[in-house]
Design a protein around this ligand. Sequence first.
Ligand code: ATP
Ligand code: MG
Length: 661
Amino acid sequence: MSGLNPQQREAIHYLDGPLLVLAGAGSGKTRVITQKIAYLVEDCGFQPRNIAAITFTNKAAKEMQERVGKLLSPAQANQLQISTFHSLGVRILREEAKALGYKPRFSIFDAADCAGILADLAKTVDKATLYRLQAVISNWKNALVSPEAARRLADNEHEVLAAGVYLSYEATLKAYQAVDFDDLIGLPLKLFTEHPAIAEKWQNRLRYLLVDEYQDTNACQYQLLKQLTGLRAQFTAVGDDDQAIYGWRGADIDNLKKLPAEFPKLKVIKLEQNYRSTVRILKAANNVIAHNEKLFDKKLWSELGHGEPIHVARYRDNEDEARAVVMKLQAHRFENRGKFRDYAILYRSNHLARLFETLLRDDRIPYLLSGGQSFFDKAEIKDITSYLRLLANEDDDPAFIRAATTPKRGIGAATLQALGTYAGERHVSLYAAAFEEGFAQRIQARQLEPLLEFCRFIERMQQRAASEPAQQTLPDLLAAIDYETWLYDAEEERTARTRWGNVCEFADWIRRKGEADGKTLIDLVQSIALINMLDKQKDEEYDAVQLSTLHASKGLEYHHVFLVGVEEGILPHRESLDAAKLQEERRLMYVGITRAQYSLHISYCQKRKQGRDLIDCEPSRFIDEMGRDDLRFSGDRDTVPDKATGSARLDAMKAMLAGKR
Ligand code: ATP
Ligand code: MG
């Protein structure tokens, strides 16, 4: 308990009822949660398996698990339930699937799988509309709006369309024995509401709940929290209303206001000392957020010294900006003898990362992109791995659906739906159902034939994949399904070429693995998920610059932060200029500033390339709002050398770096 301030200690020791820790950025809220877990186990006799901590991202869950791991023994730490709301939902559902009419090995569909279902249901709509429908349905599900209620509520064109397919969408998921991400919260809630005995069982199992980043919970998560804590209401929630940045995804800041009303015994503790940032950084952050309506009164101060001024740089265009930022970062790291992982480049939208990625790669600077797409998440890789997953486990229904329909081979949605329904009734997988006499009687021979042909193909490949080396099986499989031709038919040539290139890269990876370890395809497939995880684990040790969206940077901290593209239209985003959304944009700026510990570098451009056009840009209003006292401005002329001298200086610096290594 040493190294904690009195308010933190009070929050950790408080066990007399529900507790809300409400405090600004960097005040040690997350630290309270990790220390409280240790306190519950070591001093209060809680069994680790009776404690659940909920974080906002999987990454945060892993980090918390590691932090707690240092405070407890490994055996104890392993029994704790530290996860996101979604993974907790998965755990509950796997165990209780039967009560909801699901099999325990139900599938979890990702956004792309779900878009596929919607595309089948709303055949005539374009892609953009499809995503809108998906968002509308997702928001309804998060706000606990049923398909029936949605029909009544729908009051614009998109909502009417969405309400029209909502019910069939749910039915289709069920027929596939699949759930979407929203169901991972919604279904446990439904389960608890409809089966009080099951709710009670879980309330007894999870006797103490801790929730990080509480300000970004949605209605559904809030209800689940209430169900889980039951009448006992033993929980600690920590949050900061000024960091609520997921309103666009259905998070509801009202959940903060609701707590005192719905839990009259709620105790509120405020933390005021910031342990992360220098005084100047903190002052700038406080100045910005003071422009928002105030929900709760909070103060924040720091003892970490004045620190250097905040650098604000203007650049001619976004290429100059990227070049200068990468160069400054290298110089700064060199002068401070720092590590790459002490640096983060943060931005409002994913597409702003591209230029930085290119330059970092050119300069051989290691970087990690968060919120970006992993290789194994690419559609073409998922297509191919769906075959491989099926070879390893023919009961993997989503893999079955994906493989059976990619490339198209005459197996229609109606056939799959009939198969899904039949399989659900019989409690068997799609693959097994396809061979059953009972199913054959339900559909026409011309529907059945392509299905059986596909299943027999899988069966044949399964036998080969189990016995021969991987490098023989995969090329034959790719040839047999003629994936390359299908790609070129389905996509524009350039896209097809990139995608086929990725498939070849994947095949090559399989070949090398097969040759090196003499493994079969099936051995390898079963390790793909694991390899992915191991890679991610390695990442954390990895000394690399972090490239991240502001949204994904929540809860994290870096010695030095470059906040780029701080322009009107980007931050605040051009589609978020009404009063409510503007406040959320301002909170995003606040989150960005408060990630920095020692130095903060803000930049904006006078012109920015958008498609083929070079558009004029204005500095963000949020820069003015930081107050002038602690900012140091620099224009483009003195900071960005022209290309020739710039790269000469950079070369000199690199030579110097190489010499010192
Ligand atoms: P955010 O709002 O950004 O999520 P937070 O309130 O969760 O921030 P933490 O991440 O828990 O803050 O803490 C910020 C930093 O301050 C961490 O590096 C943490 O280790 C450190 N810290 C927290 N409390 C103390 C303390 N009492 N003494 C020293 N350092 C502390
Ligand atoms: Mg935190």
